[in-house]
Write a protein that binds this ligand. Structure first.
Ligand SMILES: NC(=O)c1ccc[n+]([C@@H]2O[C@H](COP(=O)([O-])OP(=O)(O)OC[C@H]3O[C@@H](n4cnc5c(N)ncnc54)[C@H](O)[C@@H]3O)[C@@H](O)[C@H]2O)c1
Ligand SMILES: [Zn+2]
Ligand SMILES: [Zn+2]
Length: 389
């Protein structure tokens, strides 16, 4: 029996295709019937043809569902269990996993350090925007969701696969303390979850920068944040005017595909306006001396689509001297979802967190190609798309 999945064909072209049904390949594997799976900003780098995805690849790393089959070596899971998967595929027992760096597992066969479902260079694990998916090292990777929690909806629990822990990781890398001020660049799902995490952790002032009004409104409404539209005013000026001397902490939730503030009424999400260094330079200017900056937006080691040789090599024009003079500290990289997902799940169950507010659309798997296109446009009102296979 084949499995229906979101399959990459070419830049800006995905379709629903039948792929081989996943099977148990190791005693540690389980098979998951996917009930919910979300589209991520990370999928868009591949969707836009920017990440070297091969045609035929199934996308999707934000996955939740019901276990249908387990290998002989799986001890903690049984068919029927409801689980959410961290986007990282990790063994749990290599040196990096032992130290909690689940995004950099040494036992996954991938071109870059660390594994993920349905992602280029991160191992050949089938993506989970599909009816079924194989879960490697299942005991380690699956997090159980109670059958009938008093609090928490599927929209809340699917956020545990990536964006809620990743937003949390952004503020954790910035070492955000209660009462501190923080500037968050990007109000996509990751930036919104960083702002929400800052709110939950007791930040005194939260500034969120983006250009998509509907996303900024969510930051205002759910995270008690001051929204700054960078097409309307200079973001750094707005932050330093409001908070003289700069904010204590900063989070980059945009990454290398950041666009310049045109302030020219341009509405389309236009690659020609990209400037991969802009967010880091703005954070260096907006954060006070000795502040800390968490970088969860994606940066790449090479970027063939950049117009010049420096950019092609993945090099950035960053004001390191200013950062040095200010004694700024940086943390970055892939979120180790498993470091946080159990406690964040329990906050949802306790009614202390409702991260599902970022979901703007819930559709069937068949509608994924259309939703990819609309999410990629950063269309007003399209914040996060949930697919229900
Ligand atoms: N580190 C990790 O583990 C991890 C996990 C998930 C996603 N990510 C990365 O995080 C980033 C954000 O993901 P997302 O799902 O929120 O995607 P997204 O693309 O929906 O969000 C990016 C947002 O940045 C905004 N933006 C563009 N230029 C800007 C600028 N100059 N100033 C301020 N905002 C600007 C866009 O309008 C958009 O709303 C992506 O790079 C993604 O790959 C990293
Ligand atoms: Zn994701
Ligand atoms: Zn490992």
């Amino acid at each position: 029996m084949p499995t229906k999945a979101v399959v990459y064909n070419d830049a800006h072209d995905v379709s629903i295709e039948e792929i081989d049904d996943p099977t148990l390949t190791s005693p540690n594997d389980a098979i998951l019937e996917v009930t919910q799976t979300a589209i991520c900003g990370s999928d868009l780098h591949m969707y836009e043809g920017r990440a070297g995805a091969e045609p035929g690849m199934a996308f999707g790393h934000e996955i939740m569902g019901e276990i249908s089959e387990v290998g002989d070596g799986v001890e903690q899971l049984s068919p029927g269990d409801r689980v959410v998967l961290p986007f990282n595929v990790a063994c749990g027992y290599c040196r990096n996993c032992e130290e909690g760096h689940y995004g950099y597992c040494e036992n996954v066969e991938s071109a870059t350090p660390g594994g993920a479902y349905g992602y280029v260079k991160m191992g050949s694990y089938q993506g989970g925007q599909a009816e079924r998916v194989r879960v490697p090292y299942a005991d380690h990777n699956a997090l159980k969701i109670p059958d009938d929690p008093a609090n928490g909806t599927p929209e809340d629990f699917i956020m545990l696969a990536d964006v809620f822990p990743t937003g949390w990781h952004g503020v954790e890398l910035a070492d955000l303390q209660p009462g501190e001020s923080v500037a968050i660049f990007g109000a996509g799902p990751v930036g919104l979850m960083a702002a929400y995490s800052a709110h939950l952790r007791g930040a005194s002032e939260i500034y969120v920068v983006d250009r998509v009004e509907s996303r900024l409104e969510l930051a205002d409404e759910h995270c008690n944040a001051t929204a700054i539209n960078f097409e309307e005013r200079d973001a750094v000026e707005a932050i330093t005017d409001a908070h003289g001397g700069g904010v204590d902490k900063g989070v980059d939730a945009v990454g290398y595909q950041a666009i310049e503030d045109g302030r020219d009424g341009e509405s389309a999400y236009d690659e020609s306006r990209e400037n991969p260094s802009i967010i880091l330079n703005q954070l260096i200017d907006a954060v006070r001396p000795t502040g800390k900056i968490g970088i969860v937006g994606l940066y790449v080691s090479d970027d063939p689509d950049q117009p010049d040789h420096i950019g092609e090599q993945g090099l950035l024009r960053v004001h390191l001297g200013t950062a040095f003079e200010k004694g700024l500290r940086f943390g970055m990289g892939q979120c180790p979802v498993k470091r946080y997902n159990r406690r964040l799940r329990d906050m949802i169950i306790a009614g202390e967190a409702e991260p599902g507010f970022v979901i703007s659309h819930t559709t069937s798997l068949d509608e994924a190609p259309e939703m990819y296109e609309r999410f990629d446009e950063r269309e007003e009102g399209v914040t996060k798309v949930l697919l229900e296979p």
